[in-house]
Design a protein around this ligand. Structure first.
Ligand SMILES: [Zn+2]
Length: 242
């Protein structure tokens, strides 16, 4: 799709696409925050179950969990987006070479792709000819490869945003478990985590257009199961050591 609005026959479509991309970013951020909440809650609740009064141990484990999780998420995102981008760039380069060396075959190929999508022979030919005149590479990238060749996502942007999203979510259990409330710290943290999971489940379902109730329930149950599992393990360790 051309980014220059003067060459775009329907500017509204480009706008809709941008909204969709922004929603995808927002959803990825909410899911990253959800990961941060669940994994950090699991660590701090487990350590607190083993050594409820050792605030230093809980804080050390919690901070390590936040840093390790955020770097792991960012690194994974960087590698995955870089690889996808390299693949797309290689496909685009091959397509550009094909368009330069065999334009007739490429026009026939584009015509055939539109025929397969249900256009009549004449119309498919007209569409292919006009798109080839306007921006042949963009047309082939979109119809043949399913790539928007002007929209390569930056791996660094993906890495930094998933780092921040994870860390923001992770701060909820970390801060709550460190509040000076003595023996109640695990309960306070668990309640805060359930509220956080309720919100991330609700927002991601709303953004994805999915039924909210089921998404929230699933999210809260999975996160609570994580805390119950690490609490049980921590409590067993605490009994064995203490
Ligand atoms: Zn092609």
């Amino acid at each position: 799709m051309a980014s220059d609005s003067s060459t775009t026959p329907h500017p509204g479509e480009a706008h809709l696409q941008n909204v969709g991309q922004r929603l995808n970013w927002l959803r990825a951020g909410v899911l990253g925050a959800n990961d941060g909440i669940v994994s950090t809650a699991g660590v701090v609740v487990g350590v607190a179950a083993a050594t409820p009064n050792n605030v230093l141990a809980i804080a050390t484990a919690g901070i390590a969990a936040v840093v390790a999780g955020a770097f792991s998420m960012a690194g994974g995102e960087y590698v995955s987006v870089s690889t996808q981008r390299d693949t797309e760039k290689a496909l685009i380069a091959k397509e550009r070479w094909e368009l330069e060396t065999m334009p007739e075959e490429e026009l026939e190929e584009l015509t055939e792709l539109y025929r397969q999508r249900g256009l009549s022979d004449d119309l498919a030919h007209q569409v292919a000819v006009q798109l080839t005149e306007t921006d042949a590479l963009a047309a082939h990238a979109e119809v043949e490869l399913g790539i928007d060749h002007e929209e390569f996502t930056s791996p660094w942007a993906a890495a930094v945003s998933s780092f921040i999203a994870f860390a923001v979510g992770a701060l909820i259990p970390l801060i709550m478990i460190l509040l000076p409330v003595g023996g109640h710290r695990v309960w306070i943290a668990a309640i805060a985590v359930v509220i956080g999971l309720f919100l991330t489940g609700w927002i991601s379902a709303a953004l994805g257009g999915a039924p909210r109730g089921r998404a929230i329930l699933r999210n809260v149950v999975m996160g609570s199961a994580t805390m119950i599992a690490t609490y049980a393990i921590g409590a067993l360790f605490g009994v064995a050591i203490g």
